[in-house]
Design a protein around this ligand. Structure first.
Ligand SMILES: Cc1cc2nc3c(=O)[nH]c(=O)nc-3n(C[C@H](O)[C@H](O)[C@H](O)COP(=O)(O)OP(=O)(O)OC[C@H]3O[C@@H](n4cnc5c(N)ncnc54)[C@H](O)[C@@H]3O)c2cc1C
Length: 389
């Protein structure tokens, strides 16, 4: 349970995050697109509330939430635009988790407290132009040169690259190696000569969040920035972060679905056709009922998986990878079905007007693509079934 001096009661903390979502995040949604960023005062509030540190242990200044608690919090704050979450998601699920599990004690002490406080934003740099799903195909190199490594390569689609203070860069340290062998992880401070995020391209959704290319050219990184001080463990470190992040994405899908349903219900109550609210029509009720049942199933699944995740961490046994994949797969497909029905209930306004449902319809499409596409989740689930069945 949460025992931070600031938030020593999880129920009260969750209630505070629910209030923050309703009173500050949701009203600020229109600013995300017009200002093309999460406004700094909102980011500052997220720092004060500890959101950058929910997954980081107390000894490093975090709130030490269990995975189940992280899921409950994520469901709460992702009733607001997922752009707010994206501002700290690369710090909590991806970057800090890899550091926590694979870095040296000195590296943890250097970075985790500042990540937990939100002073440092982490970005997770794995994907490359020719290495997407096939992350083991990455070509960025890191060549040892005395007390440094010299990094060269190109990363793409890196969330928070323009905001980042620290990049976790996966690069090949063993010349001629292929696949996951010979890949190492490096901590690269933003501003180090030779690492440069390129201008952010416009996205289909999540406007206000930035996922950009990073050019890495003769970037000299001190050898002590090799994560864990050991070469060859880069993809393992990346995968640890990704599995935590997949659980968070599954929870995000539930939060977004809850909001979509609330917006659709409000519209179904208000919009009149044939002299009555459209919510009185049984076919509209059928859509609402399907949306709700879909969301509840995804919520039950992700909470169940989060509890299994916590049990695995506690007992030192392997994480429930296939179940994590199932929660991410089902959640991301679910929220796209829910968004589609929400647009249907809105009628033409769901297509023409700018409202929360049209925004979210664009936003949620991402969840079937990143942190492993739906096809990759399906593969992991089925492979595990075939192995054990
Ligand atoms: C907005 C956004 C933010 C992102 N943020 C980050 C980030 O912060 N850090 C980072 O490192 N990456 C990030 N990514 C990258 C993301 O993880 C990749 O886009 C994703 O892994 C898919 O890779 P790809 O886009 O190259 O697609 P591809 O790998 O080219 O896949 C294309 C299609 O082929 C299918 N496919 C590929 N291989 C197989 C297979 N073996 N079997 C069946 N089907 C297959 C896929 O499912 C997909 O349908 C982000 C992406 C987006 C869109």
């Amino acid at each position: 349970m949460l025992s931070s001096p600031r938030f020593n009661d999880f129920t009260a903390y969750l209630a505070a995050i629910e209030r923050f979502t309703d009173e500050e995040l949701i009203p600020a949604e229109p600013r995300l697109e017009t200002e093309d960023c999460v406004p700094e005062e909102i980011t500052q509030r997220m720092r004060e509330l500890g959101l950058f540190g929910i997954s980081i242990p107390e000894e490093y200044g975090g709130l030490a939430c269990t995975q189940e608690e992280q899921v409950l919090l994520t469901i709460a704050f992702t009733r607001a635009s997922a752009v707010f979450r994206s501002r700290f998601s690369t710090t909590i699920g991806l970057t800090s988790q890899a550091i926590l599990d694979f870095a040296t004690e000195a590296q943890k002490r250097e970075w985790l407290p500042r990540m937990a406080s939100g002073e440092v934003t982490g970005a997770f740099a794995l994907t490359e132009p020719e290495a997407g799903t096939d992350a083991g195909g990455l070509k960025t190199t890191a060549v040892r040169d005395g007390g440094h490594y010299v990094l060269n390569g190109m990363k793409r689609y890196i969330t928070n690259a323009p905001e980042a203070d620290l990049f976790l860069v996966m690069a090949r340290t063993e010349a001629g190696s292929t696949g996951s062998r010979g890949v190492s992880a490096f901590l690269v401070k933003a501003g180090t000569p030779g690492i440069e995020p390129l201008p952010a391209p416009p996205l289909l959704g999540l406007r206000g969040s930035h996922s950009t290319e990073i050019r890495i050219q003769n970037c000299r990184v001190p050898a002590e920035n090799l994560v864990g001080g050991v070469e060859g463990r880069g993809l393992n470190a990346a995968l640890r972060g990704i599995n935590s992040a997949r659980t968070h994405v599954a929870a995000t899908c539930v939060g977004q679905a809850i909001r979509l349903i609330a917006e659709a219900v409000a519209h179904a109550r208000k919009r009149q056709q044939f002299g009555q609210p459209i919510g009185e029509f049984q076919l509209v009720q059928g859509m609402l009922a399907e949306m709700q049942a879909d969301m509840l199933a995804a919520k039950a699944l992700v909470l169940d998986v989060a509890r299994a995740f916590d049990r695995a961490v506690e007992s030192g046994t392997p994480l429930p990878f296939p179940d994590i994949a199932a929660a991410k797969y089902f959640g991301s497909e679910m929220v796209c079905r829910v968004a589609d029905r929400a647009v249907q209930i809105m009628g033409g306004a769901g297509y023409i007007e700018d409202n929360a449902i049209t925004r979210m319809y664009r936003d949620v499409r991402l969840f079937r693509l990143f942190e492993g596409t739906s096809q990759i989740q399906q593969q992991q689930i089925a492979k595990a079934m075939l192995r054990t069945g």
